[in-house]
Design a protein around this ligand. Structure first.
Ligand code: UDP
Ligand code: MG
Length: 307
């Protein structure tokens, strides 16, 4: 059995093409398959379109979440529901071409890999290109996970790797990082990333920045290191300044200046605010994890059993 997971959020214009191309692509290598559409709280006619498509293709399952949980949560729902011995994750905007799945399947079944990810060699669109590349280079450096560069969610995993991922219950999730973390033998298939076919990107710049922050805070000590580094420099500078002041006092040439006092207060004050902010990020994340809330909630499942 082969499972394909596709999260969709307000993709009404794309559903028909997405389903047709995905079914065709998957049937070319796996006769026994399921395609899990995770409807992540869409407010347009995405669900109706999916139900319509399901009437003709019973191997399609629809998992309707109770609201919009974000696409990392939607993928997680899919991973937990998927029953295949091989499971693929793919975006629903056709930026990840379904036609590539056959090559990934060949690689994972014939070449002994446990995980095969799509590696972007380029992008046809210009949007966010520089920022994405910068992010990957930066992440590679700070998290020390070099096999992750230019891979996203598009990937295929065998059962053992899926079970490992599903065991990670953290509520702040960055799946490409988690997939790199679990180890196993990882392989790549290179591809040109298409532009999104239709509709607006659902991951707005704001959401992307948040995802980047999650990636950096949960997979690296970089922010703490920066704090420690700057803090140490501050301590050294002010120790020297302190010695100077003492010496000046002893030898009686101390200036009665407020500028140095005021400047150091500003400097220390602002550095402390930044550090408090960084600490706040960690406290917030610890708080989030300790709440232990479900990552997603299912409203309804449309599959053979539910009919
Ligand atoms: N998506 C989702 N929930 C969200 C945002 C996005 O399920 O809250 C889906 C979306 O429908 C698409 C995939 O996740 O299938 C990737 O979204 P998008 O193309 O907007 O992200 P980008 O390609 O810009 O990273
Ligand atoms: Mg996209």
């Amino acid at each position: 059995m082969f499972s394909l997971i596709i999260p969709v959020y307000n993709e009404e214009d794309l559903i028909v093409e997405l389903a047709t191309r995905s079914i065709k692509a998957v049937e070319s290598f796996a006769p026994n398959y399921e395609i899990l559409f995770i409807n992540d709280g869409s407010t347009d006619s995405t669900l109706q379109k999916l139900i319509e498509v399901r009437k003709h293709h019973s191997r399609i399952k629809i998992i309707e979440l109770s609201k919009n949980f974000g696409h990392q949560a939607a993928f997680t729902a899919g991973l937990e529901m998927a029953r295949g011995n091989y499971v693929a994750m793919m975006d629903g905007d056709l930026q990840d071409p379904p036609e590539l799945l056959a090559g990934m399947y060949r690689k994972i079944t014939l070449e002994g890999f446990d995980i095969v990810s799509g590696k972007r060699t380029g992008r046809r669109g210009k949007r966010l290109r520089i920022t994405t590349n910068l992010f990957h280079a930066f992440f590679k450096k700070v998290a020390g996970m070099d096999d992750m560069e230019n891979t996203g969610n598009f990937s295929m995993l065998n059962r053992a790797a899926v079970n490992a991922l599903v065991q990670m219950k953290e509520s702040i999730r960055y799946l490409p990082g988690m997939r790199s973390f679990i180890g196993f033998r990882q392989g790549y298939v290179e591809y040109m990333r298409d532009d999104r076919k239709k509709g607006e990107p659902k991951m707005t710049l704001g959401k992307l920045i948040l995802l980047g922050a999650d990636a950096i805070f949960s997979f690296s000590k970089f922010p703490i290191k920066v704090c420690l580094f700057l803090g140490t420099i501050g301590v050294i500078v002010f120790m020297c300044a302190g010695i100077y002041v003492l010496v000046a006092k002893i030898f009686g040439f101390a200036i009665i200046g407020w500028s140095s006092t005021v400047l150091s207060i500003y400097f220390l004050g602002s550095i402390q605010l930044v550090f408090l902010g960084v600490m706040g990020e960690y406290v917030y994340r610890i708080y989030k994890e300790s709440q232990n809330r479900p990552i997603y909630l299912i409203k309804k499942v449309y599959d053979a059993e539910s009919e």
